[in-house]
Design a protein around this ligand. Structure first.
Ligand SMILES: *[C@@H]1O[C@H](CO)[C@@H](O)[C@H](O)[C@H]1NC(C)=O
Length: 186
């Protein structure tokens, strides 16, 4: 992959953050009890996300693999303008007492961002949340509905949004990710 596209992919993050600051500190959602990292590994497709992005790739998926040192290899990919783009990051459990609270960094020059697994059954769906406080005055957040398959029933997606809402996470601006026409060759 070209370095320029990797950088562009990473540099989009702060821009989208700037779009949706919320007043007040981050919410403190409950996370998946007894989280099993090993079962969470593997391929996840992005079904919906917050916030909406202007430059939209499609067929976004992430493949998590455990390394021997227990860190996590994170490979995210998308199709943008007919081109498959991949970006590799590093994940880790930031606090052993809270194994569902992961951190992910896509570059040595970027700090780890929170990547909290709020809920998952490991085989169908996962709800992920990332929030960063800024001076405790406001916060910027991301949320994702992930699935082991490229589609989820609408009712399941609605239920997932309710779960976010019950944790004081505003997902009214969440948008569906495009997962159509992904398996044909580019
Ligand atoms: C996920 O990563 C593992 C380890 O690199 C690899 O063996 C596997 O084929 C990958 N799966 C997908 C769907 O890319």
């Amino acid at each position: 992959m070209k370095l320029s596209s990797a950088l562009a992919f990473v540099l989009v993050l702060p821009l989208t953050w700037a779009q949706v600051p919320h007043w007040g500190p981050c919410p403190e959602p409950s996370v998946q009890p007894a989280f099993n990292l090993k079962q969470f590994m593997g391929r996840w497709f992005e079904i919906a996300k917050l916030p909406a992005q202007f430059e939209k790739g499609r067929c976004i998926e992430t493949n998590f693999t455990m390394r021997t040192d227990k860190s996590i290899r994170v490979v995210s990919s998308e199709i943008l303008k007919g081109e498959l783009r991949k970006i590799e990051g590093n994940g880790l459990v930031e606090d052993i007492k809270n194994p569902a609270k992961l951190g992910i960094s896509y570059s040595y020059v970027l700090p780890y961002s929170p990547y909290w697994i709020l809920s998952t059954d490991y085989t169908n769906m996962a709800l992920v949340y990332s929030c960063t406080d800024i001076l405790r005055l406001f916060h910027v957040d991301f949320a994702w509905i992930l699935s082991r398959t490229r589609t989820l029933p609408d009712a399941t997606v609605e239920k997932a949004k309710e779960t976010f809402g019950n944790n004081n996470i505003d997902v009214s601006r969440m948008i569906a990710s495009k997962q159509q026409g992904c398996d044909k060759t580019l």
